[in-house]
Design a protein around this ligand. Sequence first.
Ligand SMILES: [Fe+2]
Length: 523
Amino acid sequence: MYGGVGERSPAHVRLAEVVGVIGMATDLGIGLPLEHAGRTCLLTMELGRRLGMSRAERADLYYLTLLRMLGCTAGSAEAAEYFGDEVAFGRATQHLDWGDMQSFTRWAQESFGAGREPAERQRMIEKLFSYSPEQHGASLAGHCEVAQMLASRLGSSDSVRAGLGYVFERFDGSGAPNGIRGTDLPLGVRVMVLCNEVEIHHRLKGEAAAVAMARDRSGTAFDPAVVEAFCADATAILSVVDVPALWERLLAADPEPGRVLDRSELIEAGSVMAEFADLKSTYLYGHSTGVAELIAAAAERSGASSEECTTLRFAALAHDLGRVTVSTAVWDKPGPLSDSEWEGVRLHAYYSERMLGKAAGFARAAEIVGMHHERVDGSGYHRGNFAAGQPAGARVLAACDAYVAMRAARPHRPALDPEHAASELRRLAENDRLDVRAVNDVLAAAGHVGPRMRRRWPAELTDREVDVLRCIARGLSIQDAAGDLHVAPKTVDFHLQNIYSKAGISTRAAAALFAVQNGLLDA
Ligand SMILES: [Fe+2]
């Protein structure tokens, strides 16, 4: 019913794929490259094996490392207030030792706000240093708590959940939120903390810099025994991340690869992605889950199969994952966005698609997700596709997203009441922004009663002529089309001549192409 959405349903998705996608989302959310968490995870597997960790311990370490920053969006609003663009701030400070305030102060004086007007830069630096250690500790505690709550819904083990409470702790007890020290920190955490920094320094400056950093922070940030194990075989350990097809390597490195999600676990995983993404702004709380509920209702009413419903629901839950790439300061901005801010916003749909598309089981959902801001007249983003390039599932997701967004407040406007939102959605359909059928389905699913809008077909075709055109595009003969449509062959021929005349064409091949180009096959 929704354009082949169910052909490759996400029925056989591995848990490793889900946490791998989440790892990529957290990377982008803190300003790091897409593969940071994956590369760190591969390093932890190598180092954990050398330290004698069992297969079960390494399995926990695998998931802990990929979920390490699952709480990062919880502090986005506060970070944006004090650091400016919190994503850019994370990128600029990734190499720093957070236990070394002198280095941080030096970096801030030299680099923070560089290029801004002196008065503006001074204001930014004063704001940055007004952020108290107590605020920082509370923020990290919130980060850990949210990560643990979300991870528990992915079926994470007690060990993984506990580990997520220690990701900002340091070996010398100077970390946050609880100052846990030494071997009171689980071995897996000590391995992960080191590998996280090793990945950054190796990527930025190479093996020697990574080894030097590890030795320099040994006994403060890191467990000296873990540092020694790394330094003793650094070249071999680091060689695992300098490989092509990192995603495939990451999946192959899962110590317990048999963990496949059933349908309800998949929807739960999508809900985790939804809440992770929507924590980016208070304006967005509940947005993705609202879109998912609405699209499920719309799909059910339209007779979609259960596979189609699952794919659409998952796509709706995960559609805004790419929002994490943009600062909360932009999402919460009440005024018009600058051109560069708009570029970032336009790319969030791309990043959602790109991350999900890494997992084979999410391929169809990823395609739909990448089009959730497209418009049927080609005025949307990020591709600017016309209707013909948008599967029906993408068009209904776009309509659901628009409706749910209208029903909630945004920085530049209050929430619209249901009738106002419905009339806005109808207006968008009349102006060829949203698909008429999708809007009809969404409004009915949202409880709006009234006649369905009639779709205006290209070249002034009638509904019947579109029925005939679809048969022709499917390769049916006049006889077979007549049988399909329960009319006489001469009636089909009559409509076909009208189609030729209106569309300015004269052959069945051109008619089929006309149907494809105008998105009529699954409309
Ligand atoms: Fe979006």
